[in-house]
Design a protein around this ligand. Structure first.
Ligand SMILES: Cc1ncc(COP(=O)(O)O)c(C=O)c1O
Length: 388
């Protein structure tokens, strides 16, 4: 019944862990789920009220515009200017998306012909590789290794592959490793893309979830980036709005237009009321994100101490709400053990690609007291093992 495209999809990487989670719950275990990357914090009330008001506007009951309301796109361009100092033309360099995942998944259809190569990081958000394959492209894996700060080694890409590849996906601050890229790396990437005529699709939804002194940069801050790159962004993590599906892609006009062309043949834009509420979210994002960072910072500190105690090699993330821990063994076996022994769910690193093997991802998107409870369980286990 199914197409080769669907049949060739790898088995859902987290199915086994889902089954183990359900089984533990059935047995009455109080499971603490640190597996999902979905903020537990609620969307701020002011955004919800903006949605309720906008839902009453009959203009919003009709088909929205494909590219997004100009008011929404203008708010995005103002946000980029204020956040990163990047100037964008809201008419031609900003496109609304139904969550950034939608644009990421559709993007390659605009640029890849069957058999074209596309550079894809590993470990990574799985959609990059699937999107390339759905478009008939051939993913070329860029390993992200700890010794390189989880950045790809651009010098290791052969000139033949670099010249043949049409596009490159990257994501910093990075899911799942929590690593950041600086402007020096982005400059090198832009030069590499310019020399090889590559399209850069940079995914930046975690730019506001950072713990260091400065905000992680946008690739568009680099000179020349606008010639080769676009950046995906979203209100999902910035304003706790994953359910709202409010994202955008910005940057190079031709690339933005290409994605827009695909979209106008597939969807009819996102609900106007969500865009109106999105404008409020963008304008209030400073204070919303500042509060969110403080909450995650406390949780990261807490969980980090627990993970160290149970013997995992882990560093505090520079950004994102993930801790990426080295287990020294097989990631699926380790996550299985965590559920069985402690009732704690984490994501096996191998679910993000072969180079994630041996790692486990923990997400701090659970209430702080639940994370404290998880740490207590870890401490109890260590104390019991010592007393044996
Ligand atoms: C790296 C990365 N990109 C994109 C997304 C999708 O975000 P959105 O909710 O904007 O579709 C996620 C969500 O977890 C993510 O981790």
């Amino acid at each position: 019944m199914y197409s080769d495209r669907i049949k060739s999809l790898p088995p859902y990487p987290f199915a086994a862990i889902d089954r183990a989670k359900l089984a533990a719950r059935k047995k009455g275990v109080d499971v603490i789920d640190l597996g999902v990357g979905d903020p537990d914090l609620p969307t701020p009330q002011i955004i919800i009220e903006a949605l309720c008001n906008a839902a009453k506007d009959p203009q919003n009951h009709r088909y929205p515009s494909y590219e997004g309301k100009i008011e929404f796109r203008t708010a995005v361009s103002e946000w980029y200017k204020e956040t990163f100092g990047v100037d964008l033309d809201p008419e031609s360099e900003v496109l609304a998306l139904i969550g950034s995942k939608e644009g990421i998944a559709h993007g390659p259809l605009a640029f890849l012909n069957p058999g074209n190569l596309a550079l894809v990081p590993d470990p990574a958000y799985p959609v990059y590789k699937t999107a390339v394959e759905f478009a008939g492209g051939v993913p070329v894996i860029l390993p992200l290794k700890r010794e390189n700060g989880f950045l790809p080694d651009l010098d290791a890409i052969t000139s033949d592959v670099a010249r043949k590849a049409r596009l490159i996906f990257l994501n910093y601050p990075n899911n799942p490793t929590g690593a950041c890229a600086d402007l020096g790396f982005f400059k090198k990437l832009v030069d590499f893309a310019t020399d090889n005529n590559l399209i850069v699709l940079h995914d930046n939804p975690y730019s506001e979830v950072y713990f260091g002194d400065g905000r992680p940069p946008s690739i568009l801050e680099v000179e020349g980036a606008r010639e080769v790159a676009v950046e995906f962004h979203s209100l999902s993590k910035t304003c706790n709005m994953t359910g709202w599906r409010a994202g955008f892609v910005v940057g190079n006009e031709e690339i933005v237009q290409g994605i827009g062309n695909v979209k106008s043949n597939i969807d009819s834009g996102n609900f106007g009321a969500v865009q109106d509420a999105g404008i409020v979210a963008l304008r209030r994002s400073r204070e919303i994100a500042a509060g969110m960072r403080e909450t995650y910072r406390e949780r990261v500190e807490l969980l980090y101490s627990g993970l160290k105690k149970i013997g995992l090699e882990v560093e505090k993330p520079e950004a994102t709400f993930y801790l990426w821990a080295w287990t020294g063994g097989r990631s699926k076996e380790y996550t299985r053990k965590l559920i069985d022994k402690l009732g704690i769910v984490a994501t096996p690193g191998v679910g993000f690609g072969d180079y994630g093997e041996g790692y486990v991802r923990f997400s701090v998107t659970q209430p702080t007291e639940r994370i404290a409870e998880a740490v207590e369980r870890m401490e109890r286990m260590v104390a019991e093992e010592r007393s044996l």
